[in-house]
Design a protein around this ligand. Structure first.
Ligand SMILES: Cc1cc2nc3c(=O)[nH]c(=O)nc-3n(C[C@H](O)[C@H](O)[C@H](O)COP(=O)(O)OP(=O)(O)OC[C@H]3O[C@@H](n4cnc5c(N)ncnc54)[C@H](O)[C@@H]3O)c2cc1C
Ligand code: FES
Length: 242
């Protein structure tokens, strides 16, 4: 396609938990953990913008994405069936720095779990994952084979600890932390880790172009304003201005 987008064919598109969908696409896909694709599931000019979605996994060239129903874009994608096409641009962004050894914690909130299967598969076994959800937990059954322990918190107590995921996690037990989720949760993780353990955070932002041109996705860092789609989405915790 002339704007750099390429086609992916839907192999499956299933609701794996209320409002949470997993789509698997056939095509020629590559990328590292923490990178994302801009996705368009519509031909019309409205909605105009593609949506950023993280790589949840790449296996035998098939791309897996996990997405939460939010607004028009994700609703349109959720209606697509096997054999339908999606337009994709990517892989984009910097991705996570992968550490080979040491004690590693992954902390997620809600749909922030999306990039963590592919990350866990590319890390050594000594990884503990801490995942927080409002209510039902999801996707952890796929991550469990690649980690040492799974720790769950739900706000309503449906599964695991009743409360916030940050109440379960002790930074001093780890040599490195990866986090993805709502900005307020990641800010708490960054504050907890300050001076104790390095943390990599995959930051959220509204995106328009996804390729560093529109400057619509900038966040404040210690180096000045930086683009989540280009310099990020992964930033060192100490670089993020809270
Ligand atoms: C690098 C990156 C990776 C992402 N990976 C995933 C992923 O793997 N799975 C997933 O479900 N979502 C992911 N997101 C968020 C996802 O892009 C938005 O939820 C999506 O664009 C919403 O599109 P929509 O058309 O359904 O909703 P819209 O109609 O565009 O918005 C609906 C609501 O969601 C809010 N919203 C939209 N985009 C964002 C955003 N980026 N951050 C916070 N709130 C937002 C809007 O303010 C609005 O209230 C990612 C975002 C970024 C920046
Ligand atoms: S989305 Fe356009 S610069 Fe990042």
């Amino acid at each position: 396609m002339k704007d750099g987008y390429k086609e992916g064919t839907i192999y499956s598109n299933d609701e794996i938990s209320p409002n949470i969908f997993e789509v698997i696409l056939e095509g020629d896909f590559h990328g590292i953990p923490g990178q994302f694709y801009m996705i368009r599931g519509w031909e019309a000019l409205d909605p105009f913008l593609a949506r950023p979605i993280s790589i949840a996994d790449i296996d035998s060239g098939k791309l897996k994405l996990l997405y939460e129903l939010k607004g028009r874009g994700t609703h349109i994608i959720s209606k697509l069936k096997k054999g339908d096409k999606l337009s994709l641009l990517g892989p984009l962004g910097n991705g996570f720095d992968l550490k080979e050894e040491g004690r590693i914690a992954i902390i997620t909130g809600g749909i922030g779990i999306a990039p963590m299967l592919y990350l866990a598969k590319n890390l050594p076994d000594e990884v503990d994952i801490y995942s927080g959800f409002r209510s039902n937990a999801y996707f952890l059954d796929q991550i469990r084979p690649y980690v040492k322990s799974v720790n769950i918190a739900t706000e309503d107590g449906t599964t695991g600890h009743k409360g916030f995921v940050t109440e379960l996690f002790e930074p001093s037990k780890y040599d490195l932390v990866y986090t993805c989720g709502p900005t307020p949760m990641m800010e708490v993780v960054i504050e907890m880790c300050k001076g104790i353990v390095p943390v990599y955070a995959s930051m959220e932002s509204r995106m328009a172009c996804g390729i560093g041109v529109c400057l619509g996705c900038t966040i404040e860092t210690t180096r000045g304003m930086e683009r989540v789609c280009k310099e990020g989405p992964v930033f060192k915790g100490e670089e993020v201005v809270i």
